[in-house]
Write a protein of this length. Structure first.
Length: 225
């Protein structure tokens, strides 16, 4: 699940990005409204987290502009503006929830999960993935193989989600490093192979029909038998 975080305070942005990644999300960031609008209109994000005090334009203007151009991703507003009038205005201008600064990280994560849950429905394939008897619930961050729940780490869940979204297509180690780790580690490392090995031991363990396959010299592919 991919988020857009719009926050001009570098320390807060880095803290939130790290926390959200550790919680199992993919995170893109922007430090001003103009850059954020370009990213938001790509239509690839499941939710936005938007600070209102941006250097070039007010965050409410950003939200209203994105809404006017067809973006319907849920928006969690972050702001130091605390009055009832300001909170109501934020919700009326297109925000779906409003959290005042300073905030507790646990509350932000809980509000984000609620936003994603409310925006989902049984027909929303972007929030539920299925390959054979493997099922991923991207809101609850849960995975099942048949009737058995899979106990995955946040990084393993992101990796499995990426493989599922590319069902039937071979993904290289470089592609995986770029998407899952955003190339923050040495490309020569064996971290991809280690995580694939651990993931396969959970997804395909004791199953006569393995889903994750190695394409020697190329990469990996996940596909139904």
């Amino acid at each position: 699940m991919r988020l857009l975080l719009v926050e001009d305070d570098v320390a807060i942005q880095e803290f939130l990005k790290r926390a959200l990644i550790e919680a199992g999300y993919q995170v893109d960031t922007a430090s001003n409204a103009n850059a954020a609008e370009v990213l938001a209109l790509e239509g690839i994000h499941d939710a936005f987290i938007v600070d209102l005090g941006l250097p070039d334009r007010d965050g409410l203007d950003l939200i209203a502009s994105c809404r006017a151009q067809g973006s319907n991703a849920p928006v969690l507003i972050l702001s130091a503006r605390r009055t009832v009038h300001e909170r109501v205005r934020g919700l009326e201008q297109g925000g779906d929830d409003y959290l005042t600064k300073p905030f507790a990280l646990a509350e932000l994560l809980a509000r984000l999960r609620n936003l994603l849950r409310r925006s989902s429905n049984p027909q929303n394939e972007s929030l539920r993935l299925k390959v054979g008897d493997l099922q991923l619930d991207l809101v609850r961050r849960e995975a099942r193989r048949g009737e058995e729940p899979l106990q995955l780490t946040p990084q393993e869940f992101i990796l499995l989600e990426y493989l599922c979204r590319n069902e039937g297509r071979v993904v290289t180690r470089t592609m995986i490093l770029d998407h899952v780790w955003q190339m923050r580690i040495d490309p020569a490392t064996n971290v991809v192979d280690v995580h694939i090995y651990r993931l396969r031991s959970k997804v395909d363990r004791d199953n006569a029909r393995p889903l994750i396959q190695t394409i020697r010299g190329v990469g990996y592919v996940l596909k139904a038998p």
